[in-house]
Design a protein around this ligand. Sequence first.
Ligand code: SAM
Length: 330
Amino acid sequence: MKTLSDTFGRKFPYIRLSITDVCNYSCTYCLPQGYKKTPGDTRSFMSAQEISRLAKALSELGVCKIRLTGGEPTVRKDFFDILKDMKQNSNIPKVTMTTNGYRLDKIAEQLCEAGLDGINISIDSLNRETFKKLTGHDRLDEILEGIKTLQKLNFKNIKINAVLLKGINDNQEEFKKFGNFIKDKNIDFRFIELMQTGDNLEYFKKNHVSSKIFKDFLEKNNWIPQTYGKDAGPSLNFIHQEFKGKFGLIAPYSKDFCQTCNRLRITSRGDLRLCLFGNTGISIRHLLQDDTQKDELVDLIIKQLHLKKESHYLELGDTGITPNLSSTGG
Ligand code: SAM
């Protein structure tokens, strides 16, 4: 079996696959003016058939998890066709998604039926007004309803992500609200440190806060850190005997963050990105045009991995070619 590994000995069983750049939310840290087409980029998003070929090639490379992301993946009309095809025909053991929870109350059942293996839902605040201010949408209730339905259907792998923002959700009241939410639910809640991207320098300077503030809160309240699992993501998780759910924090600016990197990204237009913040991204789309191109595609991806750098160098303010996370698949 071929595997994906780089010159630093890291392995890449995990792909984040963006299927659209379009997002219907206008989160203050990502797309404050809402989604706008990239000027000059006339390329369409990959078709369902191209995505299907890609998933099959990735399974030959030992990829065992694909996360569908965007933009907002559920705004694609053929979202469920893509998901079902991947589950039924690609041999990828785990297909998960990241979503802003748009229409989750309506589609929760369909997601379970399609065989989705895990869902990451972005909820930056459980305070309705704060949520509305941050996203531009008064939709917190429908997301929470959707989560209830998923749980009723016994859907196992639910994670909630929030971006930690200075003066907005970095306080005890918010931390406690999230704690109450996961107290009797098998849900992991993680704070992600705000990352600087090409578009958000001013916002970043104003709102970035180290995740230490949350770590201190957890330690003070008897949450116990777990060691990183072998195939785990970048989240440092904490457990507590009185809580069913886990807390976690993702600190991209921490010293060893890139050492545990196990993921590659593919953009909605078919560019392979070796790092979320890299300066390179080659198109692999020309090799998604026919089923007979699979071996050539597999070889190209393996060769590209030799170019992966040791670190994202984000701490030096190098945001690479990522204007915002919606354009790369966050
Ligand atoms: N629309 C989906 C969603 O909202 O989850 C998927 C795409 S979104 C870009 C993926 C994740 O990236 C979300 O959890 C979002 O909060 C996070 N994100 C976006 N910009 C970010 C930034 N500058 N720093 C940290 N996280 C960010």
